[in-house]
Design a binder for this molecule. Structure first.
Ligand code: SF4
Length: 73
């Protein structure tokens, strides 16, 4: 199946795709980097990580996503 990136993702390594079920897990783990849309339809990457610590936080969010909707390119 083709991965569909949500348009709100800021450009960079990490992105959320259309499989997201808006469970809010990634936003809880990495609140600086993942946000839900105002209508709570899905999450998106609002800020790409820069430091190693931020990257680790985003990796933790990626690993925790129950539907594998977070990707890294
Ligand atoms: S953890 Fe996955 S399913 Fe849950 S809000 Fe984040 S991207 Fe969406």
């Amino acid at each position: 199946m083709k991965i569909q990136k949500h348009q709100e993702n800021v450009s960079g390594h990490y992105f959320v795709d259309s499989e997201c079920i808006a469970c809010d897990t990634c936003c809880g783990i990495a609140s600086l980097h993942f946000k839900l849309t105002e209508d709570w339809d899905h999450a998106y990457v609002s800020k790409q990580p820069k430091s190693d610590k931020e990257k680790k936080t985003c990796e933790d969010a990626l690993d925790a996503c129950p539907v594998d909707a977070i990707h890294k390119n």
